[in-house]
Ligand binder design. Structure first.
Ligand code: HEC
Ligand code: HEC
Ligand code: HEC
Ligand code: HEC
Ligand code: HEC
Ligand code: HEC
Ligand code: HEC
Ligand code: HEC
Length: 443
């Protein structure tokens, strides 16, 4: 008996030495101190950590924040953990995330010519562009730039779906985890999905009005299936792809749109430096195969619940709607581009060419930058490009996004119907501007 006790004591000491060697025991000891003090300072965070799987697995505060900050005065020494900290224990999810489009959120935002003209608070902070684009593993240079602007938070993408400090899997499987970012102006996927049959079924199920086993696809069913963290769709946000479509008219319309995106030179139709930029951040599918691979995956997903041919047909209708939307948009771009050609509109600011520039997010600063007297501008003069921008960014997006997300109202009334209205306005405004320009030149 005595011998046995002695032996288990020895084993305990051996275990402690082993743990110390790996730094686990000190981390836990530090975490106890953190918790004791933070129980007073930030009790909500401690409570949240306590309900996490991490608490049960002895992953404490110091495992993620380090042990350098020890009192109320030196909290600047606390590490704000980026994704690499999570990677230490969750390599599979880290690697998978790194291959997906979320990993380009921050880089693609900062690649836009408009970004540096916006207030820092809307970039670095938790709101504005940066509130949603704080996705992606930042380089050391990107982090330094942020710190130079006086902001040291939001270093972690993982907590965008598994919010801290409960870091829950169940939460990330809830479509509400996507809502904050996938909503609103140019990507109302939340609104479209939640009012579609797919979403209303999901809610009926939540409310207990459909049996537990009834299928109801969520964002995750279609976009992050089987635990993957790699997200990507066939068309993507911009809805363009290279090589150009086979249909001649569609290909021509696409060329016009690519010019307005600044990736093709409006005069020579040759690729610009921006093409490299947008392909480097995966904004445009660069090959037919890359596009088809994503499409095939999606058709497979639909066929969990629908006949394969049914899902395929539905998605092809989405493509066809995109083609029709491109016809309207290209007409509108050409009308505005012709105003540039005839000197009625002038290139300004950092616009790439004397041509509409969708990535420059056109604003109403025309009069200030062009030097024209504000009073001389006819109705529509400063507005026509805003209408064009909205036609592209809001209404074209809704037309095909609504079709893909099985939402009748978004596809038609908020999408297609608005595009036809925009085109009509652009046509009539351009006419007025030409008349006005002629009158001015006569004087
Ligand atoms: C004696 C009290 C005390 C102890 C011990 C303590 N903290 Fe803190 N901690 C604070 C206070 C106070 C703040 C600042 C809160 C504020 O800014 O309102 C803070 C801030 C933080 C921050 C935020 C840093 C920032 O830049 O905003 C983190 C993270 C943090 N603590 C983690 C820890 C961890 C991990 C430990 C243990 C290794 C720990 N704390 C130990 C009191 C303590
Ligand atoms: C699994 C890793 C992990 C653990 C464990 C963890 N944190 Fe955090 N914590 C984070 C991440 C990620 C952030 C956000 C970092 C950022 O914004 O760059 C954060 C941010 C914070 C902040 C600053 C932001 C805010 O909302 O106030 C405080 C304070 C904090 N943690 C305290 C704690 C305390 C106290 C514990 C232990 C009870 C703890 N953390 C445990 C990952 C962790
Ligand atoms: C020291 C190791 C360690 C670190 C660092 C760590 N985790 Fe964990 N994490 C674990 C363990 C252990 C589990 C429980 C595993 C299980 O239940 O299969 C876990 C579970 C999880 C889960 C699943 C929770 C659930 O509800 O099933 C998520 C999500 C998670 N961690 C996210 C993170 C994120 C995000 C970070 C970085 C901010 C992080 N972890 C850092 C060890 C770690
Ligand atoms: C409400 C959250 C939110 C805000 C605010 C936001 N974005 Fe986005 N952004 C997104 C989402 C979500 C996507 C992907 C949409 C999709 O694929 O339908 C996206 C896509 C993009 C893309 C295209 C990326 C690609 O690979 O196709 C760019 C560029 C972009 N946003 C820039 C900006 C800029 C610049 C701002 C601020 C002026 C901004 N965003 C504000 C959420 C947001
Ligand atoms: C866009 C939302 C999103 C982001 C961002 C995200 N996750 Fe997840 N994560 C999920 C979803 C959804 C699941 C559930 C997957 C499933 O079981 O089908 C999940 C599951 C997990 C799990 C549990 C795995 C298991 O099966 O027990 C871990 C661990 C995890 N994620 C870690 C991470 C880490 C680390 C990061 C950052 C590199 C991260 N997640 C970023 C959505 C996200
Ligand atoms: C039934 C499956 C399904 C569900 C559920 C679903 N989507 Fe989609 N989603 C699609 C399809 C199909 C596309 C277009 C794919 C393509 O380009 O071929 C798409 C495209 C997207 C895109 C790229 C731009 C676009 O809208 O065309 C984003 C971002 C997106 N979905 C996010 C979401 C979010 C967020 C949710 C939940 C609120 C959601 N989706 C729900 C099937 C689904
Ligand atoms: C913190 C904001 C945020 C959250 C939360 C978020 N996303 Fe995203 N998502 C983005 C941004 C930003 C992009 C565009 C990234 C880029 O620049 O390429 C994006 C892109 C996507 C795309 C790729 C579309 C394409 O271009 O092919 C899909 C699919 C997607 N998200 C699905 C989801 C799903 C599903 C969830 C919830 C589980 C989710 N996202 C949660 C911000 C978010
Ligand atoms: C997890 C199961 C599931 C998945 C996956 C799924 N659906 Fe559905 N879908 C349903 C259910 C259930 C309904 C409602 C019953 C019905 O109308 O068939 C529905 C309805 C629809 C409708 C409306 C039918 C009508 O008559 O109004 C369309 C269109 C549709 N789905 C297309 C798709 C497409 C396209 C995909 C793949 C991108 C897809 N679904 C993926 C389960 C699913």
């Amino acid at each position: 008996m005595k011998r046995k006790l002695w032996r288990s004591g020895f084993l305990l000491i051996a275990l402690a030495v082993f743990l110390l060697g790996f730094g686990v025991a000190p981390a836990l000891a530090d975490s106890a101190k953190c918790i004791k003090c933070h129980q007073r300072h930030t009790p909500g965070q401690v409570a949240d950590w306590k309900v996490s799987k991490h608490a049960g697995e002895d992953v404490g505060c110091a495992d993620c924040h380090g042990d350098k900050h020890t009192n109320s005065k030196n909290s600047n020494l606390a590490v704000l953990p980026d994704e690499h900290v999570c990677k230490e224990c969750h390599e599979a999810q880290f690697e998978s995330f790194a291959k997906g489009k979320h990993n380009f959120g921050w880089t693609s935002l900062n690649a836009l010519p408009i970004t540096h003209l916006e207030p820092d608070e809307l970039m670095e902070g938790g709101r504005g562009c940066g509130g949603c684009h704080n996705m992606g593993i930042k380089t050391e240079a990107q982090k330094k730039e942020q710190i130079a602007k006086g902001y040291r938070y939001q270093n972690n993408s993982c907590d965008e779906c598994h919010t801290r400090h409960s870091f829950s899997k169940k939460e990330a499987l809830d479509p509400k985890a996507c809502q904050q970012c996938h909503m609103g102006y140019d990507h109302p996927q939340w609104e479209m999905w939640s009012s579609s049959k797919h979403g209303s079924r999901w809610r009926s199920k939540q409310d207990g009005n459909l049996p537990e086993g009834a299928p109801a696809p969520t964002c995750q069913t279609c976009h992050l299936p089987n635990g993957t963290h790699e997200n990507r769709t066939a068309w993507g946000f911009l809805g363009v792809r290279l090589p150009l479509p086979e249909d001649k008219q569609w290909a021509a319309d696409r060329v016009v749109i690519l010019k307005a995106l600044g990736v093709l030179d409006p005069v020579t139709s040759k690729p610009t430096a921006r093409l490299e930029l947008v392909t480097s951040v995966d904004m445009v599918r660069g090959t037919q195969e890359a596009w088809q691979a994503e499409r095939d995956k999606m058709v497979k997903t639909c066929s969990q619940c629908h006949a394969e041919s049914y899902g395929k047909t539905q998605l092809e209708m989405g493509d066809a709607m995109m083609q029709k939307a491109d016809r309207l948009l290209a007409q509108a771009i050409v009308i505005v581009a012709d105003l540039y050609k005839d000197g009625i509109l002038k290139k300004r600011g950092e616009q790439a060419f004397a041509y509409p520039d969708f990535l420059y997010f056109l604003r109403t600063d025309y009069s200030a930058a062009s030097g024209d007297s504000y009073k001389d501008l006819p109705a529509g003069m400063e507005n026509i490009e805003q209408v064009l921008f909205e036609m592209y960014m809001k209404h074209r997006m809704r037309t095909y996004q609504g079709q893909f997300h099985v939402n009748p109202d978004y596809a038609y009334w908020y999408g297609w119907a608005m595009m036809t209205k925009d085109l009509g306005k652009i046509q009539s405004d351009a006419k007025k501007m030409r008349v006005h320009h002629k009158l001015l030149n006569k004087k």
